[in-house]
Design a protein around this ligand. Sequence first.
Ligand code: PMP
Length: 382
Amino acid sequence: GRPVCECNNCYSGPDCSQFRPNCSADATSGDPLFLQPYWRRHAEGSAVVISGWHRMSYDADGRPYMTLELERHIRLLHKLVGNAAAEGKQIVFGAGSTQLLNAALHALAPDNSSSPSSVVATVPYYPAYQTQTEYWRSKVFEWKGATAEWLNSTEASTKDFIEFVTSPNNPDGRWQAPALAGSAVIHDRAYYWPHYSAIKSPADDDLMLFTLSKITGHAGSRFGWALIKDVKVYNKILQYIDTDTLGISRETQLRALKVLKQTISQIKKSEDMFRFGYSQIRNRWIKLNAIVSSSDRFSLQKLSPEYCNYFRTTRDPSPAYAWVKCERKADEDCSSAIRAGGIIPRAGTLYGADSRYVRLSLIRSQDDFDQLLTRMKALTAQ
Ligand code: PMP
């Protein structure tokens, strides 16, 4: 049996065995439980035991809070996967990359400017860029919406702009590039890993964010990191983390180290986590495509095969999310149409997009995905 806290939306009872027939399939958050079967297989090798005396200090290895061993393994991981040039860059740990999004804005916004920097992202964008920026109502930056709105404006050349650029993008898996000349850029690389994307070359941008959540699936550990080229930006991000939380839980760092060590030890071997992850999502993407293409009610984003340096072959798409368009006039409110069919989606409007779009998560548990398929089959048959 499974602990009750792990029952998905359609099961209940002490061992999650009672099916709730009228339940909706949960396709909302990007909770990366698709990797849980991998860690069940490697339960022993990934277990962490922490004695009472261990890692009690504010400091780690005589430094403010980041253990050297973990930093070393992060650099090694990037090198082995080939997704980022970590050499010569500074690293700062964060409580997930969620904490680092805001730290990065503080670091890039000039604090001696007479007006706040304008924060923008290309539609469809990850909603936290907007919700966080608006929530803190900072004096040094403010949310200014879609990048496209500012492309040919005079403001774009006279004001400070900060762009969030997400490659591959959440929600549609497409490759993004900065669009405004001279803008400061936060490159969110949460999905630039072999389970979701072809690894084309080591990304070498000034400021890049990564999260353990989307690499090993340990979203609950709340661990991410920034790779930073410029020392001034590094110091400001470090200052933010010091001011906010005095660093990242040392227990979290031990767990991150353990699961990354396991990941690294199997790279390109028989128990490669990335290969496992890729095959899971690839399989889900094929199944969903087959159902969606059986009718004209919905369509999915089009993605192409690409050569992947990690797998050393051309690789078919395996996006973390389906970016679904409702094609019929009656389904203008796509979110409601999908909900009526017993699926809980994320509305496209949250991503700055049209209400004809919704996002469905493909990286949740197998139960969530199976229920999603059943419901989609019924919806397309209507
Ligand atoms: N950036 C993107 C694009 C994401 O999709 C997510 C998670 N959904 C995050 C950042 C934040 O992840 P976390 O806080 O778990 O590290």
